[in-house]
Design a protein. Structure first.
Length: 135
């Protein structure tokens, strides 16, 4: 899990966006990262999603070698990962506006519950309501 300040490239066209993502990376492409930004769902759903993600790791060490066995297509198809659907976002590396801070695994549940999102264009409750429609 990583946190950083972000400046959305097409912010004028977005109805809302998070300036301070709490993101779990899934995929890297040239200059871009596909990640699950937990801020797009209510805290109770974040914990349910984290529990499901922890079941899909390559080992139980939760160290630098641990990887999620979760992919974009899987999130779209597997009902147990439904809470991740509205959280899938592409981040352009050059648009990151701060140092990227890694959150140690043992703090993920605590950080996931923190009200750290910096919403532009909407209030958190509006974002959660819109996200619930995408489960």
């Amino acid at each position: 899990m990583y946190m950083f300040f972000y400046d959305a490239k097409h912010k004028q066209k977005l109805p809302y966006w998070d300036r301070f993502p709490c993101m779990i990376p899934l995929e890297h492409r040239e200059g871009q990262i596909l990640g699950v930004n937990l801020h797009y769902i209510a805290p109770r759903h974040r914990i349910l999603l984290l529990d499901e993600l922890f079941r899909r790791t390559n080992n139980e060490d939760f160290d630098d070698t641990t990887r999620f066995r979760v992919f974009y297509d899987m999130i779209k198809a597997v009902s147990r990962l439904k809470y991740a659907k509205p959280c899938l976002k592409w981040y352009i590396s050059s648009r990151i506006q701060s140092r990227v801070t890694e959150v140690p695994t043992e703090y993920w549940e605590i950080v996931a519950l923190m009200p750290a999102a910096l919403w532009e264009g909407a209030h958190a409750n509006h974002v959660y309501a819109k996200s619930r429609r995408n489960f």
